[in-house]
Design a binder for this molecule. Structure first.
Ligand code: B12
Length: 258
């Protein structure tokens, strides 16, 4: 069943695919239990699709964001079709969101997926967690977006990768423009505020400064490019402005610049 499933996944356009048994997935915080996603879970099928170098290394963020959205849309479809394949074999399948929705609670602060796809990918033998906290694969470096299907099919897990492609370089840390990455780990807030300048953090501040009693200020606020960018970020659901930890990593990098 494992070989046929992987062949099916490849036929749907995935570049890498592996299977993780729950016990092979490293612990992480905040803890997310697989059973909450699917009772009687036996395996997680994890897969990735490549990011286009010309898009993520592009200084035009409309181009880069459009590509990010395209990869997530693609993963939604692939995840559904792999799940449907498992269910035609008679098993249950729960597909995991590749990015949103995430739980918006005080505990998780909207920064924690239903499961951590990077940790699941490590358990499926697809790569290791690098200094950037991204999954580093030998085939595509970190430039791979991940998806997963949790199933009660009794699938045999793949072997965890035995060597570390991340190595000793610190390109991701040295090239992180927000200072979020360091030897001590990742400052998620710093990353988030830089990555999504028109995301929830800054949008809240902008809203608080609105003053409806002063019509001049009010008009100025709504004719500002800040407002237009918040509007676009809201309607798109996201707006990523940084790809440096992806483009600076030398592992399997196609080119240094465009
Ligand atoms: C929320 C989220 C973010 C947040 C938080 C990042 C983070 N460190 O978790 C923000 C918006 C900042 C973000 C940024 C990015 N993301 Co993101 N993100 C996610 C998402 C939806 C959930 C991640 C998660 O569950 N994290 C929680 C834990 C497991 O993260 P952790 O880093 O291992 O550990 C941190 C926490 O424990 C944290 N921590 C410590 N104490 C506490 C307390 C609380 C309350 C919380 C919440 C956290 C916390 O500190 C640790 C160190 O950072 C996943 C999709 C998914 N479901 O997995 C994509 C995902 C991880 N993102 C991805 C990508 C590509 C990015 C970006 C490159 C953006 C971009 N341009 O595309 C950057 C990279 C940032 C980086 N170097 O870490 C990819 C990674 C692919 C890969 N090859 O590894 C994923 C898997 C999406 C996908 N489908 O491919 N992301």
């Amino acid at each position: 069943m494992e070989v046929k499933l992987k062949e099916f996944a490849k036929s749907q356009g995935v570049d890498i695919v592996g299977i993780a048994e729950p016990s092979a997935i490293p612990d992480y915080f905040p803890e997310r239990k697989l059973e909450v996603v699917l009772p009687n879970v036996k395996a997680v099928v994890v897969f990735g699709i490549r990011m286009l170098w010309g898009s993520i290394s592009n200084s035009n963020y409309q181009v880069a964001t459009s590509h990010t959205n395209a990869t997530y849309e693609e993963l939604h479809g692939i995840t559904y079709r792999i799940g449907r394949y498992m269910e035609t074999l008679g098993y249950d399948a729960a597909s995991i969101a590749p990015h949103i929705p995430v739980e918006m609670s005080k505990e998780t602060k909207g920064l924690s997926g239903e499961i951590s796809l990077r940790h699941a990918a490590v358990g499926a033998g697809l790569g290791v967690l690098g200094k950037s906290r991204l999954l580093i694969t030998k085939e595509l470096g970190p430039r791979v977006r991940l998806g997963a299907v949790v199933t009660n099919a009794p699938l045999k897990g793949d072997k965890v990768l035995y060597y570390n492609p991340c190595g000793h370089c610190k390109a991701c840390i040295n090239n992180c423009p927000s200072g979020a990455l360091s030897d001590k780990g990742t400052n998620v807030t710093k990353c988030f505020l830089h990555l999504q300048p028109h995301g929830l953090g800054n949008y809240g501040k902008w809203l608080r400064e609105l003053d409806a009693s002063d019509s001049e200020k009010w008009d100025k606020a709504f004719s500002s490019t800040d407002f237009w960018n918040y509007y676009q970020a809201q309607s798109l659901g996201m707006y990523y402005n940084c790809f440096k930890c992806l483009t600076s990593c030398p592992v399997a990098r196609p080119r240094v610049s465009q």
